[in-house]
Design a protein around this ligand. Structure first.
Ligand code: ADP
Ligand code: MG
Length: 363
């Protein structure tokens, strides 16, 4: 899939802009704080997902403007031109596809897909399990609408169960209610864990290949899904694990097992990358995971996702830069950078400049 154009109004520091990326590589250059990442973020929002910067929707409209942001795009997917309009304002984040009725933006899932590469992704290896769960969740929400609804339902039930656990001692019917929650949580948890495990094994294959290519086969990447409810994803088994943790749950005042506590273990030559990986190995692992994410999208959708590379090239050494650029292949890539020398090397790319929220094409 390719983004053909995007018209941005009242988004972050971009009062008004029109962007026509190249079908291959487009470079957005500009100094820090000018709005380059904001532009990528606006493109990412066309997927219907929440911002990759993990901020609240209400922080997205221009704070000096009307409080309403609109993103109008034309893109090519499924063999035809399509349109997505996303608005963010007092009605939340809504979207319409091909001029249809206005719906919640999340209902766009699977229509337009992006993979973002950003320096913060190093947290995928170094950060807490929450970072890795967010990575899987963001990806699965884009490609599997069923996953998104399961995750919503799970989060809702979990919040209710946790509220109950907090003051269970004062509620005489608490145990009966906890039984009801645990049963319903187990069903949704089973579905979530099944999706995640299959995503994780696909990632392992694709990221393993990418990792070997970058490291020249000297190192082996592997990974696994670490479930707090054991290795069996059957709802009855998960239910058994959840009820077995009732004592802990009550003591802690929150739900101690389930997909909200699971993790991905990333390994290099069999050792956890978070603990033993060098900076270079960790960077390579992140790069490999992101390329694998793009590969999964490609396999699932039969289309290349749009790649958004935010300031990452400056973080990579020459050989990794070259590897990444070669891997972009036929995909549409939109790359931001501060370093103007980079552009001279990328002579084929279209170049745009971002300055103070104003986007212009360099001729
Ligand atoms: N909601 C908002 N309204 C107006 N300006 C914003 C908003 N959110 C962020 N900004 C501004 O956007 C700029 C940062 O843009 P960013 O895209 O992160 O820069 P960079 O070019 O370094 O990637 C800052 O000047 C910040 O004040
Ligand atoms: Mg930036």
């Amino acid at each position: 899939m390719k983004l053909i154009s995007e018209k941005i109004k009242g988004f972050r520091n971009i009062e008004s802009a029109e962007f026509f990326p190249s079908t291959s590589v487009t470079v957005i250059c500009g100094e820090n704080g000018q709005g380059k990442t904001n532009l990528l973020e606006s493109i990412f929002l066309l997927t219907g997902a929440k911002s990759f910067r993990h901020v609240k929707d209400k922080e997205l409209p221009d704070k000096n403007g009307s409080g309403q942001a609109s993103l109008d795009s034309v893109f090519f997917a499924e063999g035809r031109r399509q349109e997505i309009r996303v608005t963010i304002g007092n009605k939340g984040r809504t979207a319409s596809l091909n001029r249809g009725s206005e719906k919640k933006a999340s209902e766009l899932a699977g229509k337009f897909c992006c993979v973002v590469f950003s320096p913060e992704h190093l947290e995928l290896v170094k950060g807490t399990p929450a970072e890795r769960r967010r990575f899987i969740d963001t990806a699965l929400c884009q490609i599997s609408p069923g996953y998104l609804s399961d995750l919503r339902e799970y989060t809702r039930l979990l919040a209710q169960k946790n509220a109950l656990l907090k003051d269970a001692r004062n509620i005489s019917a608490a145990y009966d209610m906890l039984d009801v929650y645990d049963e319903r949580l187990a069903g949704t948890a089973s579905s979530i864990v099944t999706y995640r495990r299959s995503f994780s094994s696909e990632l392992e294959i694709l990221a393993g290949e990418a990792y070997s290519s970058v490291s020249g086969d000297r190192e082996v990447f592997s990974m696994g899904y670490l479930s707090t409810t054991g290795d069996d994803d059957d709802p009855f088994e998960i239910h058994r694990m959840i009820t077995a943790s009732r004592g802990d749950d009550l003591r802690m005042g929150y739900s101690t097992v389930g997909p909200h506590r699971d993790d991905l273990e990333l390994r290099i030559n069999g050792d956890p990358a978070r603990v033993y990986g060098s900076q270079g190995q960790q960077r390579t692992a992140v790069l490999a995971l992101k390329l694998a994410e793009a590969g999964i999208f490609r396999n699932k959708l039969g289309e290349e996702p749009v790649l958004l590379l935010d300031d990452v090239l400056s973080e990579l050494d020459g050989s990794r830069q070259e590897f990444l650029l070669r891997r972009l292949g036929g995909s549409q890539a939109i790359i931001t950078c501060c370093d103007p020398n980079f552009i001279e090397r990328e002579t084929d790319a279209d170049v745009w400049k971002m300055h103070g929220g104003i986007l212009t094409k360099e001729e």
